[in-house]
Design a protein around this ligand. Structure first.
Ligand SMILES: *Cc1c(COP(=O)(O)O)cnc(C)c1O
Length: 454
């Protein structure tokens, strides 16, 4: 139990903590829920209330909270060593994890560069691709292709290749310019009137082909969230899109950087999303699920081709001059290894199909509700888009915060949810049982009805 009572904890939080993506004036107006424990798929607050963790603590948790096997691995590692640097030294856990990651990654990704969060994993990929082109003499290839509605993190480089103006518009003067490609079904480009039709997928691909051909000689890399644009609203790309992007990158000699920070580690039903389309990117960014939601760790994986371009005599200055203090932290790496062990002992990926089917059935049923405009799913993630008017798909004005109100309501039904604008996100720990998934979807349905159809 915590040493301090709920009131004191709430006071400390509101007085001293500045929360991410949060209007603090609103935050200060209400006492926060203070989480002090976790059990399986549940979060427990300082008063003992339980909430099913419907968004896996922002898309990180895989095997549930306080999973004994992972806790034990961490305790064992702490008693050996907590941290040693990767600058001038190797450590056992980082070496073993790198081998394991190469074994499960799309074939051809064979080198692991560690950092500690998703944004850095992407920035490292961008810098690697840029420097790769310089080393091989393609010195004009300095730009990047990014997608409308993409999200790759909040550091300046990651924001530069992102496409969500609502969050990032204010930072525009600080960003490097990119070649912005339209993204299928994203509701945010003007390319086609019927946003969710096959036509949209075809038009977006045609425009991407045109952009890549026109800018091939000045483009170092393309950055993409494979299969699903996560923070952009759980927008699922049409089948075959990713594979086509891979072919185009090959044709135009552009490095493909796949950001699997959200979709990696089983979320879409396969270990990595790229594997569903048989795609090997040149560079792949991993974080969130890598430690099953326990500790900050990230990896940027690269192919032999990319790696080899950095080899040379020291005086040639081909070294990749980039690194973070906690790179390859042994406790985080031991945690990731314990998580990969659990994927095997729990046969976790094999256990997903019935849950994915159940989620599909429940999401499809929700489409009947009068204010659900559209539902989307890819494996164990889902998005439920709420609209004011179903007939013309008129969205609720974002200022009304309908998504947030549904999530507030869901607390009363024992759920913790966090929306993306007017989209309710379903992203539970992969270990969730069918009974728990039913509880989650029942609560979501009740909460949507209560807020949108009172
Ligand atoms: C969360 C996320 C990031 C950023 O990760 P952080 O650890 O928050 O920096 C990058 N890309 C994608 C696709 C993400 O979902």
């Amino acid at each position: 139990m915590p040493d301090l009572d709920t009131k004191t904890l709430q006071e400390y939080d509101r007085k001293y903590v500045w929360h991410p993506f949060t209007q603090m004036r609103d935050w200060e107006a209400e006492p926060p829920v203070v989480i002090t424990r976790g059990e399986g798929c549940y979060l427990v607050d300082s008063d003992g209330n339980r909430y099913l963790d419907g968004v896996a603590s922002i898309w990180t948790n895989v095997h549930g909270h306080c999973r004994r096997e992972i806790n034990d691995a961490i305790k064992a590692q702490v008693d050996r060593i907590e941290h040693s640097t990767q600058l001038g030294l190797a450590n056992d856990q980082a070496a073993i994890l790198a081998k394991r990651l190469v074994e499960i990654a799309p074939a051809g990704l064979c080198k692991v560069f560690y950092s500690d969060n998703g944004s850095t994993a992407v920035e490292i990929g961008i810098k690697m691709a840029f420097q790769y082109q310089q080393h091989r003499g393609a010195t004009r290839k300095t730009k990047f292709i990014s997608f409308v509605n993409a999200y790759h993190g909040d550091t300046i480089g990651a924001v530069s290749v992102g496409g969500i103006d609502l969050f990032h518009g204010v930072f525009r003067p600080l960003l490097f310019p990119t070649i912005l490609a339209p993204s299928p079904y994203c509701y945010r480009c003007e390319l086609c009137p019927e946003q969710d039709s096959d036509m949209c997928g075809r038009l977006c691909l045609a425009e991407l082909e045109r952009l890549m051909a026109a800018h091939a000689d000045e483009t170092a890399g393309l950055v993409i969230e494979p299969l699903v644009q996560g923070a952009g609203g759980m927008i699922v790309h049409p089948p075959g899109f990713l594979k086509r992007v891979r072919e185009l990158c090959d044709r135009h000699d552009i490095l493909m950087i796949a950001d699997e920070v959200a979709v990696g580690f089983g979320r879409t039903g396969t270990m990595f999303a790229c594997q569903q389309e048989g795609v090997t990117p040149d560079i792949m960014a991993l974080s969130k699920g890598i430690t099953a939601g326990y500790l900050p760790l990230a990896a940027t994986m690269a192919t032999q081709k990319v790696y080899d371009a950095f080899l040379g005599d020291y005086r040639e200055l081909k070294t990749f001059f980039h690194g973070h203090t906690f790179t390859g932290n042994p406790i985080a790496c031991a945690t990731a290894l314990a998580s990969l062990d659990l994927f095997e002992t729990d046969r976790l990926l094999d256990s997903l199909p019935p849950k994915i089917d159940y989620l599909r059935a429940r999401l499809t049923a929700l489409e009947e509700l009068s204010h659900v405009g559209n539902v989307r799913q890819c494996g164990m993630l889902g998005g439920i888009e709420l609209v004011r008017n179903k007939a013309d798909k008129k969205p609720y004005p974002w200022e009304e915060r309908v998504g947030m109100r549904v999530c507030q309501e869901a607390k009363k039904h024992g759920l913790f949810l966090r929306p993306l604008g007017n989209t309710i996100v379903v992203f539970p720990p992969l270990v969730i049982t069918l009974d728990e998934l039913k509880f989650l979807m029942d609560g979501i349905e009740t909460s949507i009805r209560a807020v949108t159809d009172p």
